[in-house]
Design a protein around this ligand. Sequence first.
Ligand SMILES: [Zn+2]
Length: 369
Amino acid sequence: MMAVVAVYAYVTQATLARKWLLFLASVPVALIGNVARIVGVALMAVWFGTDVALGAYHNYSGYIVYVVAVLLILETARWIEKLGGRKHATAAEAPSPARAEAAPVVGARAWAPYGVVIGLLMLGMLALARMPEVRVSDRTALSTQLPEEVGEWMGTEQRFCQNPQCLKAFTLTNLHDSEVCPACAGLLEPISLAEKQLLPSDTVLVKRCYVDSAGAAVYVTIVFSGSERSSIHRPEICVVGQGHTIVNASDFTVNIGGGPPLRVRGLDLELKQVLPGGETHAFRSCFDYWFVGNNRETPSHLQRLFWMSYDRVLRNVATRWAYVSVSTSTAGSPESGHERVKRFIAAWYPRVRVADSPATMPAPPPAPQ
Ligand SMILES: [Zn+2]
């Protein structure tokens, strides 16, 4: 963009001062253009989903912003020409020969900008068409291997019944070496049927259940986003989709040894289920989450979308985001659910937060075509 403006300034502006002025004007114009693009991609992600935002819009937004930037530069050039002689008369450069030279070509300069603009637009389109593909970061911010035990917390893997009529979840300890679902003899998998159906195949999902010395359990899930499509959905939509009602939502912080405290979004959930006796019971639980990517942490889905757009647009990098959620039941314990989660995160998180750990992702499958 700036190279293009440099050529344009050189061709159309009479004096060195004006050439520089127009060239310097391209800095804020390029900045405005890119900010508009990042905001645009993020807004598209909010309104139409990340697939649309990162697909079509990301590919074409560059052209739109380029055209807008060129128009802004044209307007700036016109404005600089209107500044008159005073400005460059006081400039250090020798203005007189340049002005004398400039005078006879006034007629030519009236149409020259349009020719230059058309040429530049074509050059710009060509450059954009040859722009490198977005590079997928091969690093994850968190370890994809969860620790087996952390302090008093003992980890155990979970198994999920894949029978749509059953869908029960078990810990390996509960299963007592059973290979099939103890309730319906259905197939067991490390992730639930819903997760399996919902997530693109290049998404990596790790889960573990941790139990403290008093027998209280927390359930951890980390979703590592895949290469092209975003596999991370807004958590509020997912939990409601699973039948929960969000009773309350608020942020809290957890002090992790050294460094700034971690900000976590805490949801209080209620799940109404009909008991075998016929009465309805409301199961209360806590669902706490945050996002990690490229050494950034945030509890805000919107913030994550902006950072994702920023990395895509300005750095041509698709950051692999990790979406961490920790949930626990709030029934039958004097300790509040969020307090338990806080206590767990403080012990567990430093063990998985490995800045720039190499990804142990399976290679994404070839694009279907
Ligand atoms: Zn089952």
